[in-house]
Design a protein around this ligand. Sequence first.
Ligand SMILES: Cc1cc2nc3c(=O)[nH]c(=O)nc-3n(C[C@H](O)[C@H](O)[C@H](O)COP(=O)(O)OP(=O)(O)OC[C@H]3O[C@@H](n4cnc5c(N)ncnc54)[C@H](O)[C@@H]3O)c2cc1C
Length: 414
Amino acid sequence: MSLRGELSAHVAAGSIGGVSPLPRRRSIDAPDDPAPWADEDATPLAPLDGDTTADVAVVGAGLTGLWTAYYLLEADPALDVVLVERGRTGQDERGLGACSARLGLGGDALAARWGAAAAREARSVLRDAVVEVGGVAAVEQVDCGFAFGGEVLVAADADALVRLEQQAVAAERWGDETHVLDRSGLRAHVLVDDALGGTWSPEAARLDPGRLARGLLDVVVSRGARAFDSTPVARVSAAAAVTTHGTVRATTVVDTRPTTGPRPTAATLATPPLPTQVWATIGLPRGELLGHSDGLRVVRTADDRLVAGRAPASGARAARTLGSLLTPVRSSRALHEALVDLLPVLADVPVTHAWQRPLAAPGALPSVGVGADHAWARGGGTGPAAANVAGRTAAELVTGTQSPLTSAPWVQRV
Ligand SMILES: Cc1cc2nc3c(=O)[nH]c(=O)nc-3n(C[C@H](O)[C@H](O)[C@H](O)COP(=O)(O)OP(=O)(O)OC[C@H]3O[C@@H](n4cnc5c(N)ncnc54)[C@H](O)[C@@H]3O)c2cc1C
């Protein structure tokens, strides 16, 4: 039987890749599923129950908040740290499952804002952050499927290949290692019929951001942090986080809520775990992240699902096309069609999860700062590597640690 035939038989029988029966999901026309990173059966943490005090109150328990708490307790295990989250900690990661130093924070954009020397230093910090995330996961035994496979970018036509070659040269200026691949070099990473060549760079990993967040939560709670779900913070004032369930008075409040205002989103979808025979026709054997010149981004998860989304436009292209870009980026059906065009073996594979993932406003950069009684940390919306940098920097600012992070150009003191 052909591979397509075998897959159809699995689908007809309601099982694929050992998952039986297939979970029932809403239509991909109404993409509001949780991402596959959520543990939908988990019991939420109890909300805050009245006023309390702490050394540090961390507002928001996304990856930035969790990393902040982690590094605070690394620096000073005696600190009393409280995390307050309006939703469910570790259950609303909506990213692609990529941990890349490259997303949205290229050397050129950084240099335009802060100059070449700062850009080179910032690129080094971001590259190190990918290694740091994997290192902490290993040391703390957080099983988040971290695989340091790097990122492969595929050019479908000659123009795209020239652009990738130019990007590789530009990346070298900022210390970013990028290898240009011919067609056969590319095939060691991914099997895409129309590919002319591409690039591979090491500073990227795939991971399960939900398992990372829940693992970090377990670590910080085991070290004495107190964490509360379903506790929206209404106001952050001098040395206090005022919630609907009580006030946390703290020597320092670290606010990790993303900036408010409209945020673009992009359609993202996941398949069930796919059989080895299917992956043998796609590749990504080391968990490489895949980007294609038509904008598709693909991740092979630790449990062998395929997660796909479209990349946002960047730089000048984003400024020109953001408005018109949002419609196709938001459409799950268009995404699915583009995915099947690229990887026809997926034509009969069902979609188990379709959701919208957040995108940063073009040019959004990390922002971390500290004042007399409060601090803030925002990763700039570029995924787990930037969240790690933001949380680590915030913890160092609060504990008075001097490091290259605390002198990074995005750090403000007010
Ligand atoms: C451009 C872009 C690229 C991304 N790329 C990836 C990727 O490649 N891979 C990936 O896995 N993820 C990606 N993400 C998704 C995700 O945003 C990041 O990975 C990361 O999780 C961000 O963490 P955060 O803590 O900074 O923000 P968030 O995850 O948004 O966390 C903020 C937390 O604050 C909480 N909060 C908000 N308001 C309140 C309040 N009033 N009171 C209490 N709590 C509150 C929220 O509920 C949330 O839990 C990307 C996001 C963007 C924007």
